[in-house]
Design a protein. Structure first.
Length: 760
């Protein structure tokens, strides 16, 4: 790091315009506001300041903004400030604001002549879509001499009124739907923020009342520049939305214009409508067009996987149970393998080799697995180096770590038993890419695994070490260099092995690079308990036919404990059957994954479960069998909204317990949760047929009776309705005149696939 960067500290330098003409007005006449509209939405900006004071959904007659509380501009600019010369600037007088309106749907805003700011100027251009309830926002900043940007918040939309009964869509990993987000903000810090790429798999958030209207905020950036999305609640219960853009750190930069547009719009509907709005743009971008799955680059054995076992430890606890389960199921069973490595988990990474059970034993186990038709891909974190590892202590690693603005490493203690930290490695360095790709080469070619699960791959880090050769601070170098790393791994000579490389969570940005994504939110309650946030299959709704998803914490036993962790914290009896009251939680998790189009997964599998938890294991195996017969929908199909079905609900017991490491004094935290007794997922196959997966978790049979118009699914006005269970496939009825009727009784814990086949 150069002296110039070290001399800088991040301070907030917010261009807040405070003056008599900026005091809140209780009302504005139409002459005080300049408008643009397209028949669907209407935006209004105060003509002497540029504040956004009107955002109307014209179709649904909804006004989003309380103009009486708007006291900020639609942008905020933060600088790095030289520590010796200034601390914080709170007030800058504005000399001049102007605007132009080239056409009824375009507005150009200009702020300039700031006191003591030289030629500093901010321009914003807002364009309305000709046909949709969307607007596109650009910003450019000039006159940056001697001023280094930290972040640019744009657009910044204040005064968003409470629509009541609100729900917030957050496409974090698989996706979340938060009810009453203002209450969450009120009871928390008052602000929520999500990073992209990273915790957000897609670049948007949306808040709505499905009976009124919805506020849609996204970005049309196909190049994966780092940015955050934020919501802040004020004392008047109004929200401020902001998209926080992070330019690269460049002391010589004189101007800044993002390489993308922000998108602000309105809609009426729910999270599925949000997915459709975003998906219309997203599936036409590079990540979808270059998707490995869509382009037939994922190995056939991955696509044919009927069930994953996620076990940990030595091969006797992993490979042998998998081989046994494959024989029992009669379909492909593969392994997601943790704790195979030489170091303790979340500790001395990346000292993975040789395997903890020894080279010969490990290779022998892999041969046993592959001879039995079982594939195993193993865990290796893609970004971390432990500060207690021998390699770290040598001092040779530190130059290649992620650095913050002050030159410090970014680290975190995940291992609560040892207290040792893991330090982020920079994917922009040849050192880390060479080291990690060499490890992958070894575990596949020397130890004969079938691939690597690259933990924490779908994350983003901002690095300020200019010796790494990438842009520093913000930019889009992280995804680009992560892609280089994975391409370097794939460039190794694997012969006919066809290894897979998978990643944590899910992300549009990594669709061209990874073979599959570990999406664990189907079992969210196990790590987050029960609250106001529900998992939704948002990623599948947008990208199902572009990326394979698998994984679950769904387990019927208490968590394991790594034998390499300190003995004093080890529970007396790890991996013992959970109380029977939590069996329905396991069914719920498996039902969700099935109807959401995921490859089924069981964590901590043991053969004794077929006697101790027979009904639950039978349910899982039946899901695997039925799904295997419906891959045209549940693997290759496109997500659709399910027909409206009257489904009863029931309260079940839910457990939350440390996922990986039970502790002697730790006990299960129990919750009650009201859940539907039937889960449904609807999919369109490439042949245009529609499949509706249903999974009951009820102890009783449930009558199923629903109808829908064939037009809703682009089906012909007549055709046949089939029902497939593990007992076989049969004709349920025929339909005509464009109305599809489905009526039958779903047996206790029943599973089925309804197929609607149009007649030519």
């Amino acid at each position: 790091m150069g002296k110039q960067i070290r001399d800088y500290v991040i301070v907030i330098f917010i261009l807040l315009i405070i003056g008599s003409f900026y005091q809140c007005k209780n009302s504005l006449s139409s002459g005080d506001v300049v408008f643009i509209e397209n028949g669907k939405i209407k935006l209004g900006f105060e003509n002497n300041t540029g504040k956004l004071v009107v955002f109307n959904d014209l179709v649904n007659n909804h006004n989003f903004i309380d103009q009486s509380v708007v006291n900020e501009l639609p942008w905020e600019i933060n600088f790095h400030s030289n520590q010796t010369n200034s601390s914080q600037i709170d007030e800058i007088s504005l000399a001049k604001f102007s605007y132009s309106k080239p056409n009824p749907q375009t507005l150009i805003l200009c702020w300039e002549d700031f006191d003591d700011m030289g030629k500093f100027k901010v321009n914003a251009e807002i364009n309305l879509d000709k046909n949709k309830a969307l607007s596109y926002w650009n910003i450019s900043i000039d006159g940056l001499k001697d001023k280094v940007l930290t972040s640019v918040v744009f657009p910044k939309i204040t005064g968003l009124k409470d629509m009541e009964n609100e729900e917030l869509v957050i496409p974090g990993w698989m996706g979340s739907l938060m009810s009453e987000p203002r209450e969450v903000l009120k009871n928390g810090s008052g602000k929520m923020q999500w990073s992209y790429p990273g915790s957000l798999t897609s670049q948007l958030i949306a808040i709505y009342n499905s009976s009124k209207s919805g506020f849609y905020a996204s970005c049309n950036d196909p190049l994966s520049y780092v940015k955050n999305f934020s919501l802040k609640l004020d004392s008047l219960n109004t929200l401020t939305y902001g998209m926080i853009n992070y330019p690269s750190y460049d002391p010589f930069l004189t101007s800044y214009t993002p390489n993308y547009q922000a998108v602000i719009g309105s809609f009426k509907g729910d999270w599925i409508d949000v997915a459709e709005i975003y998906g219309e743009w997203a599936v036409n971008q590079k990540w979808a067009k270059e998707s490995r799955f869509k382009n037939g680059l994922t190995p056939s054995w991955l696509e044919e996987t009927a069930l994953w076992i996620w076990n940990r430890g030595k091969s006797d606890n992993v490979i042998k149970p998998a081989v046994e389960l494959k024989k029992r199921l009669g379909l492909p069973v593969n392994v997601h393998w943790h704790w195979w490595h030489n170091c303790s988990y979340d500790d001395n990474f990346p000292e993975y080799l040789p395997p903890r059970e020894g080279k010969e034993s490990f290779i022998k186990a892999m041969k046993l697995a592959q001879d039995a038709g079982v594939k195993a891909h193993v865990y290796m974190n893609a970004v971390q180096w432990g500060d207690a590892a021998k390699g770290w202590k040598s001092g040779k690693v530190r130059p290649y770590t992620v650095k913050d603005i002050n030159g410090n490493e970014r680290s975190h203690v995940f291992n609560i038993f040892t207290g040792n930290a893991l330090v982020n490695m920079c994917s922009g360095t040849d050192f880390w890419r060479n080291h990690y790709s060499s490890l992958c080469d070894s575990v596949v070619n020397i130890y004969h695994t079938n691939g690597v699960y690259m933990d924490q791959t779908c994350l983003n880090r901002m690095c300020y070490d200019k010796s790494h050769g990438h842009e520093i601070g913000g930019g889009n170098y992280w995804v680009e260099n992560s892609g280089k790393l994975i391409n370097q791994i794939r460039s190794k000579d694997f012969g006919e092995k066809q290894p897979i490389f998978t990643g944590e969570g899910s992300s549009e940005n990594w669709l061209p690079h990874l073979d599959a994504f570990l999406t664990l939110q189907a079992s969210r309650e196990r790590y987050a308990g029960v609250g106001n946030t529900e998992t939704i299959p948002f990623f599948q709704a947008v990208f199902h036919q572009y990326g394979i998803t698998f994984g679950s914490y769904s387990s019927l036993v208490t968590p394991p404990y790594d034998e390499l962790w300190p003995k004093e914290f080890a529970p007396d009896n790890p991996e013992q059957p959970l109380d029977d009251i939590f069996d329905n939680q396991f069914l719920m998790e498996q039902a969700r994954a099935f109807v959401w189009g995921m490859q089924p997964t069981i964590a901590n599998y043991h053969t004794f479960l077929h006697s101790e938890k027979k009904e639950e294991m039978d349910y899982l195996l039946n899901i695997a069998k039925l799904r295997y017969n419906g891959l045209k929908y549940l693997l290759y199909g496109k997500f659709l909204r399910s027909p409206k079905i009257d489904i009863p609900e029931q309260e079940i017991d839910v457990s939350r317990l440390s996922i990986y490491a039970g502790r002697k004094k730790e006990s299960v935290t129990a919750f009650k949760k009201r859940v539907p007794l039937i889960y449904s997922g609807t999919w369109k196959a490439e042949d245009n047929n529609v499949g509706i997966a249903l999974a009951s978790i009820s102890d009783n049979s449930i009558p199923v009776d629903f109808s829908f118009s064939s037009k809703d699914y682009d089906l012909a006005s007549k055709g046949e309705v089939y029902i497939t269970t593990n007992k076989g496939k049969k004709l349920l009825n025929s339909y005509s005149n464009g109305t599809v009727n489905v009526k039958f009784s779903l047996e206790r814990r029943g599973l089925c696939l309804i197929e609607i086949v149009s007649s030519n």
